[in-house]
Design a protein around this ligand. Structure first.
Ligand code: SAM
Length: 287
């Protein structure tokens, strides 16, 4: 398996297929054997797991996942990699490689068709250019009890941020609302070819049995987005502009006071539970 992360082997393989790296497709392939091995191990995949891998590249993580999982479905956007993958992982009986864009994929249909009876999971070294939309799609699908992915360290920090820090924001709250996030380990740029400019981090998301708060989710995220759209403003001012025409500033101030927050509170200091309290107050005011 180690050869799929061997620099000379990969360059010769890709050269034979006339492949050139595409920056637009976020193609930074792993050239350090410990990384795909550790990501696959951290995914917790076993014989009862059906793993969706997004962007197999030359298949180094695919092969590691295939050793552990019941089935692996690898979805790769770049058609030029299809003959490469046929050569590297084509003989593995529990692997299916599909050519397609994850953003267009019908994930529910793929899970039913390929993972019948297995517990679905996601494990991938994600293309950096679409990290946030892919994670949003995976989370919104509600299909995967666990998601183990390598992403930019900066995005990992935002996902795992706590209230009151600069990294804390609407995207992290969205993830945390549905999944418990943990940062597992960092991967330096020299583990990739070509080398990215930034350090990467592997994170694991575990689906919460019930969301982090029981509230009107649509209103909750409207409030969160409004609060962070203008994060330098006080909460009352940010919400007054986000809800202009729907709720007067004085009523919003009343809701904030009823939650026990100070007049000068900012959204970035509020936990999910605090935003949930505010959602209940504002929901009543909007009735
Ligand atoms: N898994 C390989 C590895 O770790 O060496 C490659 C990872 S590379 C960071 C990201 C991969 O995702 C590339 O193979 C790229 O072509 C593929 N990719 C980019 N956008 C995609 C999309 N929208 N859907 C599916 N695959 C995509």
């Amino acid at each position: 398996m180690g050869q799929l992360t061997d620099y000379n082997y990969i360059m010769a393989l890709l050269g034979r297929h006339g492949f050139r790296f595409s920056k637009a497709k976020g193609q930074n392939f792993l050239v350090a054997p410990w990384v795909p091995e550790r990501i696959a191990a951290e995914s917790g995949a076993d014989g009862r797991t059906g793993v969706l891998e997004i962007g197999p590249g030359v298949g180094c993580l695919t092969a590691e996942l295939a050793r552990r999982a019941g089935r692996v479905l690898a979805l790769e956007i770049d058609a030029r990699l299809m003959p490469v993958l046929a050569e590297t992982v084509g003989a593995l009986g529990n692997v299916t490689v599909l050519n397609g864009d994850v953003m267009d994929a019908e994930l529910g249909a793929l899970v039913v068709e390929h993972f019948g009876g297995l517990t679905p999971a996601v494990c991938a070294n994600l293309p950096y250019n679409i990290t946030t939309p892919v994670l949003t799609k995976l989370i919104a699908s509600g299909l995967f009890p666990t998601v183990t992915v390598m992403i930019q360290r900066e995005v990992a920090r935002r996902i795992c941020a706590v209230p009151g820090t600069a990294d804390y924001g609407a995207f992290g709250i969205f993830v945390d609302f549905y999944y418990k996030p943990s940062q597992l380990f960092d991967v330096p740029p020299d583990c990739f070819e070509p080398r990215p400019k930034v350090t990467s981090t592997v994170i694991r998301l575990e689906k919460r049995e019930t969301p982090a708060a029981l509230v009107d989710e649509k209103l909750f995220f409207q409030i969160v987005r409004a609060a962070f759209n203008q994060r330098r403003k006080t909460l009352v001012n940010a919400l007054a502009s986000g809800f202009s025409g729907r709720l007067e500033k004085a009523r919003i101030a009343g809701c904030i006071a009823a939650c026990g927050f100070t007049e000068t509170a900012r959204g970035e200091t509020l936990s999910i539970e605090a935003f949930a309290r505010l959602t209940r107050e504002m929901g009543r005011a909007l009735e």
